[in-house]
Design a protein around this ligand. Sequence first.
Ligand SMILES: Nc1nc2c(ncn2[C@@H]2O[C@H](COP(=O)(O)OP(=O)(O)OP(=O)(O)O)[C@@H](O)[C@H]2O)c(=O)[nH]1
Ligand SMILES: [Mg+2]
Length: 409
Amino acid sequence: MSMNQTPMSERVHIGFFGKRNAGKSSVMNAVTGQDIAVVSEVRGTTTDPVYKSMELLPLGPVVMMDTPGIDDEGELGALRVKKSYQVLNKTDTAVLVLDGRIGVSPEDAALLERIRRKNIPYMIVLNKKDLVTEERESRVREELELSEDQIISVSAADGTGIAELKEQIARLAQAEEPERYIVRDLIKPSDLVVLVVPIDKAAPKGRLILPQQQTIRDILEADAAAVVVKENELRGTLERLGEKPRLVITDSQAFRKVSEDTPQDILLTSFSILFARYKGNLEEAVRGVAALDTLQDGDTILISEGCTHHRQCDDIGTVKIPRWIREYTGKEICFETTSGTEFPDELEKYRLVVHCGGCMLNEREMRYRLACARDQGVPMTNYGILIAHTQGILKRSVQVFPDIAKILE
Ligand SMILES: Nc1nc2c(ncn2[C@@H]2O[C@H](COP(=O)(O)OP(=O)(O)OP(=O)(O)O)[C@@H](O)[C@H]2O)c(=O)[nH]1
Ligand SMILES: [Mg+2]
């Protein structure tokens, strides 16, 4: 992704699903007007999810996602089906493509059931209208109990219905977008906000990481001022500033030092706390971290990372977090780690899930992971909140959110 583009996690994710040969790839290509995915008459042409970031008018920045058929067979086929279902976990708007000549299969019905359970806005597309002699739309509509605007007949081959489908997708996706902010609603115009950004060997070369960029952008949107410093410059900068800043936001790894260097009467929080709220999981992460205090020898913790970045020798997820947990609890804990789109279905063997801030995951994927943990009764927290808790500064760092602070009283 280029630095000039809208980040992946901020784009509306539109997924095309269905059986092999239904025309998922053809419909996606027709909607985008581009030859993004390979199309052929061979069943099972798409073997891996295909992602394409683009501007889809009238909607704006989206990620189009094509998937393998949900009826694929054999050992490899089962893996592909699993991949398609993983794509569903980050889908904001689902397009279920049926071959109009065949109609609804058990696989389609099962997928639709899953889509409905997850409350994902969806459309049913009856494709290959040019080959259909008998009108099926009303039958399928009744069978699946769809409203009139949830189903559309199209032909990817000759373009019939594609413009309407595009409009309908845009409408569904727009209805979903609530306003949410990183810090904008916590500050006023002309406020001063100090950001603490350590530049250690784990920092990417020559740039800031995404949550830092997004936070600065949000501060500018609020007509406030952002002052960015490394942790060693914080104390001096606070003394030099003519007025008290409204807020200090730090990288979690520098939490302890920053807390010591920031006078108690200045609000302090971290990027990961702000992003947990932004992705809708702050409250659960704050409740979840309490599980640390009840751990026993032999308990297993899952550490899950949303991105598959190059592991540093002192990597936070595999080295630092386990070390801090061992130091804090004094127990013999087992750790397992996952990264990227992999997230286990079965969580019951874990006493706690510790997730990264999820800056590379969209809100829906984060909510899905949270729901998995919640359904199985497994507490889940995140890196930043775990660090704040183990260093005894969690209470202070959630003071910006009085409702959350109350949980800790
Ligand atoms: N006549 C006609 N053929 C279509 C239409 N849409 C797709 N096809 C044909 O159907 C076949 C399958 O299309 P794909 O787009 O590859 O189907 P898919 O669902 O992506 O299939 P897999 O990737 O194998 O899961 C191809 O031969 C397409 O040319 C259509 O609207 N009309
Ligand atoms: Mg395909």
